[in-house]
Design a protein around this ligand. Structure first.
Ligand code: AN7
Length: 355
C-alpha cells in the first residue's frame, strides 16, 4: 500500500534529494487553490485565487520547508533541532521532530506569539524557551546557539527550508497550467517570497511554465523594514507572525521584487483586519492576520488604480485562523444570543431580526 505522497516525493527532481535522503512526509503540500467568489470581483480581479497553506499538517506553509530541513537533518545524523519563531516555524519544527524522533528546542519572543501556536509547540512536546526580546533577538541568539551546541538550525537560514517551500509555486503552476501573472504574499523574515521566486524561476528554466509572475510582497506598516529600507528596532503589528524588524532574507526578497518587476509595500493593521474579516465573511476562509496581509495588499493595489481585470492573481494565505483565537475575540467578536431550548421563542427571535 502506498502512503501519502508529500512534497519531497512529488517534486524530488527539483529538490536536494540523494540516495541517502529519507523521503519523509506527514502529508504536507497539495493544498487547495480556491477561486475567489466575492473579493476578487469586488476589486475588479476576475481571476483571483487563494492558496490555502493553512491546510498543511500544522496549519501553515512552514511544513513544506520543515519536511525538507528535517529530512536533511536525519540524513546528517542529527538528533536535535532549534529555531527562533513567531510561532509557525516552532509548531512545524516541533511536529516533524516529534514524528522523526528528534528533540526540538524553540525560542519564541515572550508573550508575543499567538495562543494556538504556543499550544501546538506544547502538544508536540518541544522545549520552549521564551526570550525576553523580539523575534530578531531570538533569531540572533539561536544562530549562535546552533553553532555552539552543534544543533541543526531549522530557521529559513537553513537552505533546505526554502527548497521545500518553493514547491508551492510548482503546485500553483501545475494547477493553473502556467504561472499566474501576480503573486501577493505576506513578508516577515522574507524567506517565503524568496522561495516562491526560486520555484517559479526554476520551473521557467525547465519550461514547465512560459512566463513569470510579478512578486508583490506585503509587510505590516509597523514592521516594514524592506519598504522603509531600514531595520526596525521595535516592530509592531497585530499580525504577530510578521512582527519582524530585520528579515534574514532581506536582500533576496529585494532581488525577487526587482527581478520580477514586482513591489514590496506596507499595509496597515486596519487594512489587515479588514481583509481578514472579509476573507472569513465573504469567502468562508479563516486565515491568520499575517496571511490576510496578502489580500489587504491586493485590495490596496486595486484602490490605487492598478488594473487587475485581465490578470490571474494568487494570494498566499500562509496560515490558518484557528492559531490566533485572540484576534477574533478582539476584532471579529459576535455576541452570543443566550436562549432557552424553546422553538417558538427562538423562532420569534429569529423572525423579528429577519423583518
Ligand atoms: C502565517 O514562524 O517567521 O516572510 O517564525 O507565520 O517567510 O518569514 C513566520 C512567518 C507569513 C512570513 N505568514 O513568512 C515564524 C515566522 C505566516 C507566518 C509569514 C510567517 P516569511
Amino acid at each position: 500500500m502506498n502512503g501519502t505522497v508529500g512534497v519531497i516525493e512529488r517534486y524530488k527532481e527539483f529538490l536536494p534529494v540523494n540516495v541517502d535522503t529519507p523521503i519523509i512526509t506527514m502529508g504536507e503540500g497539495n493544498t487547495p487553490l480556491v477561486k475567489s467568489t466575492n473579493i476578487g470581483p469586488s476589486v475588479g480581479c476576475e481571476n483571483l485565487y487563494f492558496k490555502l497553506e493553512g491546510s498543511n499538517p500544522t496549519g501553515s506553509f512552514k511544513d513544506r520547508g520543515m519536511v525538507m530541513a528535517i529530512a536533511k537533518a536525519l540524513e546528517a545524523g542529527r538528533k536535535r533541532v532549534i529555531c527562533a519563531s513567531t510561532g509557525n516555524t516552532s509548531a512545524s519544527a516541533a511536529a516533524y521532530s516529534a514524528r522523526y524522533n528528534l528533540q526540538s528546542f524553540v525560542v519564541v519572543p515572550s508573550g508575543e506569539i499567538a495562543l494556538g501556536k504556543l499550544a501546538q509547540a506544547m502538544a508536540y512536546g518541544a522545549r520552549i524557551l521564551a526570550v525576553d526580546g523580539n523575534f530578531d533577538d531570538a533569531l540572533t541568539m539561536v544562530r549562535d546557539l546552533a553553532t555552539e551546541l552543534s544543533i541543526e538550525l531549522v530557521n529559513s537560514l537553513n537552505p533546505y527550508r526554502l527548497e521545500g517551500q518553493k514547491t508551492a509555486s510548482f503546485e500553483i503552476s501545475d494547477a493553473l497550467g502556467d504561472s499566474p501573472d501576480m503573486i501577493c504574499i505576506p513578508v516577515g523574515n522574507a524567506g517565503n517570497i524568496t522561495a516562491y521566486w526560486k520555484g517559479f524561476t526554476e520551473y521557467r528554466i525547465n519550461e514547465r511554465i512560459t512566463k513569470l509572475p510579478r512578486m508583490m510582497g506585503f509587510q505590516a506598516a509597523g514592521a516594514a523594514p524592506i519598504v522603509r529600507d531600514e531595520k526596525i528596532e521595535d516592530p509592531q503589528t497585530i499580525a504577530s507572525a510578521i512582527r519582524i524588524g530585520n528579515p534574514a532574507s532581506w536582500q533576496r526578497a529585494v532581488n525577487a521584487r526587482d527581478e520580477s518587476g514586482g513591489n514590496i509595500d506596507a499595509v496597515s493593521d486596519a487594512e489587515i483586519i479588514e481583509a481578514y474579516i472579509r476573507l472569513a465573511r465573504e469567502e468562508g476562509i479563516f486565515c491568520e492576520p499575517a496571511s490576510a496581509a496578502s489580500v489587504a495588499g491586493l485590495i490596496k493595489l486595486a484602490s490605487q488604480g492598478e488594473d487587475l481585470k485581465n490578470l490571474t492573481a494568487v494570494c498566499i494565505l500562509t496560515g490558518m485562523g484557528l492559531k490566533d483565537p485572540t484576534t477574533v475575540e478582539n476584532h471579529a467578536l459576535v455576541e452570543l444570543e443566550y436562549v432557552e431550548p424553546d422553538v417558538e421563542q427562538v423562532a420569534a427571535l429569529l423572525s423579528k431580526d429577519a423583518a
